[in-house]
Design a protein around this ligand. Structure first.
Ligand code: FMN
Length: 151
């Protein structure tokens, strides 16, 4: 059994909707052999990361960057996980008020440092996520799960 870890900061209903769509996709019956584990970013530990085989990351854009919660997560896990998690697959979703540029740049920089392998480009939503945006989130979760399990 492979483990897919969702690390998320979810401070609003729009982010909750995206989180639920990502989690639903990650848990799809179309992929076998994957267990989904979810942790709020402020509680996720290096052990959570080491024990997982792939990652889904979710955050709002705050002050032109990732949320402090997701930054805290990376601060906690970066060096303890640097050598053990190379090439592991990941995906990410962001919710912005209007502009996710700085957060996307930070996410790319951090995950490049970790040598994680992006499965598909991050899902970025502004405003209330509609049906198409939630489907994109579902697909993101399902595609990362499919990297780990059998379709
Ligand atoms: C302290 C703070 C800083 C924020 N900074 C930005 C920002 O720099 N760029 C942006 O697009 N949105 C910014 N936002 C908006 C958040 O991204 C937004 O509240 C979050 O994605 C949740 O969206 P919602 O409140 O519409 O559900 C900020 C929000 C807060 C609370």
């Amino acid at each position: 059994m492979k483990r897919l870890l969702i690390v998320h900061h979810t401070p609003s209903p729009n982010l909750q909707a995206m989180y639920e769509a990502v989690r639903s996709g990650a848990s799809t019956d179309e992929v076998a052999g994957v267990e989904v584990v979810s942790r709020p970013a402020l509680t996720a530990s290096p052990v959570d990361v080491l024990e997982a085989d792939g990652y889904l990351l979710g955050s709002p854009v705050n002050l032109g960057y990732l949320s402090g919660a997701l930054k805290h997560f990376f601060d906690q896990v970066y060096y303890p996980c640097l050598e053990e998690t190379v090439r592991r697959p990941f995906g990410a979703y962001l919710h912005a008020g209007n502009d996710a540029t700085g957060a996307l740049r930070a996410l790319e920089s951090i995950t490049t440092g970790l040598k994680w392998r992006v499965v598909r480009p991050p899902a970025v939503v502004t405003g209330e996520p509609g049906r198409a945006e939630l489907e994109e989130c579902w697909e993101l979760g399902a595609m990362v799960a499919a990297e780990l399990g059998t379709v």
